[in-house]
Design a protein around this ligand. Structure first.
Ligand code: SF4
Length: 446
């Protein structure tokens, strides 16, 4: 039974049973709209207040990395569109909201958004339209990798309301997927982040109230509109770990999330898991737990896991018993982020892997903030020297010193995200740093 008020069509009754397992998004029958409606029913048309209320009950948080409560962004964009824009002074009408589905996936360790746009585009389109109606948007954009555009154009043409949505190409680079950089690119300006003190919900695309949501978030919203917030939180979050629950609408990792799991040299595996599932259980499903790593010849078990991607944090193997949730990962300074797990097997040098990632991140700076432009390459160079085994004990102190000069001083979160990775590297691989100074390394061949 559905909780909201869908609009049935003659051929597609909407009162379908809600998915009962953890395969919710991945239950989609494929990109074909008939398969989509046969699985999920027709798109419902809740009132804006009703949709926002259900999103709050669900405790849905953004799946792009920041994990912000979705109902708060919806409400802020709706209110900004209905009143005076406080920053620009523009009144109602001049600030007709815009909604943007963000499928930019510049994170090298993530493949979930591309998979979703390939296998369940109709669900994403439904979520975009629902979000647009909730905030009174006059313009709807979907940003995705150019390689997906042929399939998405087909999906848009097949969707009843696809003509309302404009498709745009993602930049494909790491920083270009940042929310304000996506907005800048859509405006035809250089695709670099803006001052993150300015909230897009108040003044985004062409200074209009702008709701930008990750495509997985929108797909979840489409299911919440059909089956309700209570259904969404019936697994994951509080259902998995009652101690994680701070009440309806709290960010509790409710529902399911898509996870991309990998190890050095492996393909990226995308799974759908309940929020709060043990880290080790998620890795076992991807055959990247101790047994899986050994069986595939990757190494002698799990040494550490990079959680949250290149802007994430390393956690030790001891964290495999922790829930994959905000609260569960907090002791290690990590968060689920965009749902990324990258396993470092025993026998691989974590310092070398981290130095390579840090060098790549330094090269990804958008080049507009001095501390980022100068500081990140300096830190990357220092970490490379540690990874090479230079015996200067001052290298790590210098990394910490430069880090303090960079922290909090970028226009976007790129420097701080990079510093999080580096700090966790120095913490989790402290014994490796000592070993390198002594001339040994866990990785063979050194
Ligand atoms: S902090 Fe770095 S990545 Fe972010 S806008 Fe400034 S230069 Fe670009």
């Amino acid at each position: 039974m559905t909780l909201l008020d869908p609009a049935p069509t003659a051929s597609h009754p909407v009162a379908l049973a809600a998915p009962t397992g953890v395969r919710r998004l991945l239950a989609a029958g494929g990109p074909d709209p008939d398969a989509h409606r046969a699985t999920f029913g027709a798109r419902p048309r809740p009132t804006p207040d009703r949709l926002i209320a259900e999103a709050e009950v669900a405790g849905l948080t953004g799946r792009g990395g920041a994990g912000f409560p979705v109902h708060r962004k919806l409400r802020a964009a709706a209110e900004a569109g209905g009143g005076t824009n406080r920053r620009t002074g523009a009144g109602p009408g001049a600030g007709t909201p815009v909604v943007i589905g963000n499928g930019s996936e510049g994170e090298p360790l993530s493949a979930k958004d591309r998979l979703l746009l390939r296998t369940a585009p109709q669900l994403v389109l439904d979520g975009l339209l629902l979000a647009a109606e909730a905030i009174g948007a006059g313009e709807i954009r979907l940003v995705a990798d150019a390689e997906l555009h042929a399939g998405l154009r087909t999906a848009l043409a097949a969707h009843d309301e696809g003509a309302r949505i404009q498709l745009a190409a993602a930049r494909g680079d790491f920083v270009g997927g940042e929310a304000s950089a996506v907005v800048s690119a859509l405006e035809g300006r250089r695709p670099v982040p803006r001052d993150h003190a300015i909230r897009l919900t108040g003044s985004g695309y062409r200074r209009r109230p702008t709701l930008l949501q990750n495509v997985e978030t929108l797909a979840h919203l489409a299911l919440i509109a059909r089956f309700g917030g209570a259904w969404f939180r019936s697994i994951g979050g509080a259902a998995a770990d009652p101690a994680d629950d701070a009440g309806a609408g709290s960010p509790i990792d409710a529902g399911t999330r898509l996870v991309t799991a990998s190890a050095p040299g492996t393909a990226l595996t995308v799974l759908e898991v309940a929020g709060g599932t043990r880290l080790g259980t998620v890795l076992a499903a991807a055959r990247l737990d101790d047994a899986g790593v050994r069986a595939s010849g990757l190494g002698a078990g799990v040494r550490a896991v990079l959680v949250g991607g290149y802007h994430g944090a390393w956690v030790p193997a001891a964290a495999l018993d922790a829930p994959f949730s905000v609260a569960g990962l907090a002791p290690w300074g990590a968060t689920p982020g965009a749902g990324i797990l990258h396993v470092l097997p025993h026998g691989r040098c974590g310092l070398r892997v981290a130095a390579g990632i840090t060098r790549m991140l330094a090269a990804e700076s958008a080049g507009q903030c001095g501390p980022c432009v100068n500081g990140l390459p300096r830190i990357a160079g220092l970490l490379e020297r540690v990874a090479r085994g230079e015996r200067d004990p001052g290298l790590t102190d210098e990394i910490a010193r430069v880090g303090e000069l960079v922290a909090g001083r970028g226009a976007c979160h790129h420097p701080d995200g990079t510093l999080r990775l580096v700090a966790s590297t120095l913490r989790e691989f402290a014994s490796d740093i000592a070993a390198h100074r002594a001339g040994t390394c866990e990785e063979e061949g050194r």
